[in-house]
Design a protein around this ligand. Structure first.
Ligand code: ADE
Length: 347
């Protein structure tokens, strides 16, 4: 079949009407809910986002609540979702919406794009879903669908590929339901045209026009040129513990996991002698040392390979930059990134 004459738009929307998942941010077209959901979904799977989304909406039901959010509370609500700059950007953007747009999320693509944390994909998603703008929303999942549909072997990690695919799909976006069209593409990528393993082509509304399917190339598309290997950082994590307290340290306000709490840690794999040397520097007289196991955490550009050590003390020792907190508060009060979860569980 000639794909230019095949009704790509109609068949996709029809499929979506019967197959879309019921998701909390699809209950209505409230721009604020859609915006928050799109930010959460940027790097995170739908199933993982759902409970966070509900809690977030309960805590900050409107953009004005988010603009005034307490930073610790905000970070606490985000704890475990990762990529914490998303939360900081959300709040900064909410403040901008209050100050510059009278508290109304702007119904304009370029204005959306000017808000913190909103790039081309997210502006397209919010613009089309909340405001019926006829603009594309092309992310990695949509690129997978389109690369297969068109048999396009461009490197999908390149910005240029994203831009070109956006321009090519733009003419199929209907005037009536642009948001549903974009969400249908996302949905097709999520539940049919899936990344790992075999896509479910027999359930696809585009099976008769899909180049990859026709040419048996679904496993070869999309193409992504290998990224540089992640940098590996070794760290020794110190659990400095008294009976009921443990020492935390607040990370720098810039960079990875900025402003969040962590267990004190030192770069490198310290052996027992090095660990004791470090304790002397902190003027800590320990009452016992025991290994606390290993952990690995993968960020986008770096991997942490961690080895933990538990240090038992009689009393808290005052050390610059460290805060002694009740062990039972570490889980509920302090925003501790999930990288440290395996050590936290030992407390
Ligand atoms: N991923 C990104 N945006 C989404 C949406 N609106 N629905 C489901 N998954 C998504």
């Amino acid at each position: 079949m000639n794909k230019e004459r095949y009704d790509l738009t109609g068949s996709l929307l029809h499929w979506y009407d019967y197959n879309k998942r019921i998701l909390p941010w699809r209950e209505n077209k409230d721009p604020y809910r859609i915006w928050v959901s799109e930010i959460m979904l940027q790097q995170t799977r739908v199933e993982a986002v759902k409970p966070y989304f509900d809690r977030f909406m309960e805590a900050f039901p409107q953009v004005s609540d988010l603009a005034q959010a307490d930073d610790e509370r905000l970070m606490k609500l985000w704890e475990g979702l990762g990529y914490y700059n998303r939360a900081r950007n959300l709040k900064a953007a909410a403040q901008k919406v209050m100050e510059e747009y009278d508290g109304e999320i702007p119904a304009d693509y370029d204005a959306l794009l000017s808000l913190n944390g909103i790039g081309a994909y997210t502006a397209g998603a919010i613009g089309s879903i909340a405001f019926d703008l006829q603009v594309p929303a092309v992310d990695g999942n949509v690129m997978r669908v389109l690369a297969r549909l068109w048999g396009d072997d461009s490197d999908i990690l390149k910005e240029k590929t994203k831009r070109k695919m956006g321009e090519r799909i733009r003419r199929y976006i209907p005037k009536e339901r642009p948001g549903d069209f974009n969400q249908a593409l996302i949905e097709l990528g999520a539940i049919v045209c899936i990344p790992n393993g075999k896509p479910l082509c027999d359930q696809c509304p585009w099976d008769t026009v899909c180049r990859a399917y026709k040419e048996d190339k679904t496993d070869l598309l999309p193409v992504r040129k290998p990224k540089k290997a992640r940098r590996i950082e070794h760290k020794t994590i110190f659990l400095l513990e008294t009976q009921d307290k443990v020492a935390l340290h607040k990370r720098a306000e810039r960079g990875l996991l900025a402003g969040l709490w962590e267990f004190p840690n030192i770069p490198g794999k310290l052996d027992l002698e090095d660990q004791k040397e470090q304790l002397r520097k902190w003027k800590i007289e320990e009452n016992g040392i025991e290994p606390a196991g290993k952990g690995k955490h993968i960020f986008s550009h770096v991997e942490w390979h961690m080895e933990g050590v538990r240090i038992f003390l009689e009393h808290p020792v005052s050390i610059e930059d460290f805060q002694w907190v009740r062990k039972k508060d570490v889980e509920n009060v302090y925003a501790l990134p999930s990288a440290f979860e395996i050590f936290r569980k030992l407390l």
